[in-house]
Write a protein that binds this ligand. Sequence first.
Ligand code: HEM
Ligand SMILES: *[C@@H]1O[C@H](CO)[C@@H](O)[C@H](O)[C@H]1NC(C)=O
Ligand SMILES: *[C@@H]1O[C@H](CO)[C@@H](O)[C@H](O)[C@H]1NC(C)=O
Ligand SMILES: *[C@@H]1O[C@H](CO)[C@@H](O)[C@H](O)[C@H]1NC(C)=O
Length: 332
Amino acid sequence: MATSNSPFLSLIIFLSIPLLSHSEPQLSLDYYKATCPDFANIVTETVTTKQIATPTTAAATLRIFFHDCMVDGCDASVLIAPNKFNKVERDNELDHTLPGDGFDVVTRTKTALELACPMTVSCADILAQVARDLVVMVGGPNYPVLLGRKDSLASQLNDVEPNIPQPNMTMDHIINLFESKGFTVHEMVAVVGAHTLGFAHCSEFADRLYHYDKSTPTDPDMNPKYAEALKKFCSNYTKDPTMSAFLDLYTPGKFDNMYYQNLLKGLGLLSTDQMMAEDPRTRPFVERYAANQTAFFVDFAEGMQKMGTIDVKTGDEGNIRRRCDVFNTVRT
Ligand code: HEM
Ligand SMILES: *[C@@H]1O[C@H](CO)[C@@H](O)[C@H](O)[C@H]1NC(C)=O
Ligand SMILES: *[C@@H]1O[C@H](CO)[C@@H](O)[C@H](O)[C@H]1NC(C)=O
Ligand SMILES: *[C@@H]1O[C@H](CO)[C@@H](O)[C@H](O)[C@H]1NC(C)=O
């Protein structure tokens, strides 16, 4: 190299050796700059069309992204469709309610990207970028998305249960689970603010209404009027399992801090949502976000960036899938 006699350059090269061999994944903001320069525009265009036609897409996709990252990292393992070759993540009951519109927006985006730059953009990166664009579209904060994830070569049913939080878990359990993925309690409270969007099936909170404990059928932490309304609304849920209620009672389609304001009034839907307003470890953050939407947006944006880097695969640890719902090696 012409400049190799520069002592500064040699110093930089010398210093960067230990940095490059470090196990931190090599993600970057401009990963597709040369290979797929229209990447960001193509994603935004596809996502906008889909979200306008089907407004539940934002919540659907955000939840799928969360389930992807928590289980073996953000590697599109959640996108593999159930098939006759092996049991995959989506065969686990916890993933049965992942909504079709979230998978659909990824498929549409992948199709558009394959036309523009074939076999170049990973499904894991698509999911991360699509989720961010949708958050912005429904009024949430913008944040940069690092790129360069590879897609997983595996997707296993048994990896789901230990890694996905459930509404009947204790706060200790939930905190441990998030800490095992690198989140502080503070960051955890911020990312669960995603429940400002979307809905939950009655079966996910029915115990709070009808079978709380021996002394009372209904969770005393739930606002009594809200509890009465939900009991009526869900009364037929065993016969009609599709019955669902909004996670944010007042503004379920808007990304805002109303979710935290609700929690302070006993209007949390899932047990774990309401517990965040009761537990002394989490309550201060709930109060802060309820009072200050900017503070919520700043911390949510940081939390989502952290989520997007959980156990990502780079280099030979994965590949670029041709289709997001099928491994490349499988012939159909
Ligand atoms: C304490 C941790 C969490 C628990 C226990 C939990 C549990 C749940 C449950 C049970 C549902 C309802 C699913 C259904 O009935 O169809 C749900 C919905 C949802 N969750 Fe979570 N979740 C947690 C954290 C998160 C995080 C960190 C995110 C994303 C950053 C997230 C995003 C969503 C979204 C957007 C929905 C609505 C989906 C829709 O309307 O299609 N959740 N969650
Ligand atoms: C939570 O409920 C599920 C069934 O919905 C059950 O399999 C699981 O054991 C329960 N977990 C806890 C911690 O109670
Ligand atoms: C309860 O759900 C079943 C199954 O969808 C339906 O046939 C029935 O009419 C519902 N009953 C009420 C009171 O809504
Ligand atoms: C709200 O939070 C932001 C971000 O942390 C901070 O800059 C601002 O001063 C806060 N506003 C109030 C009224 O406390």
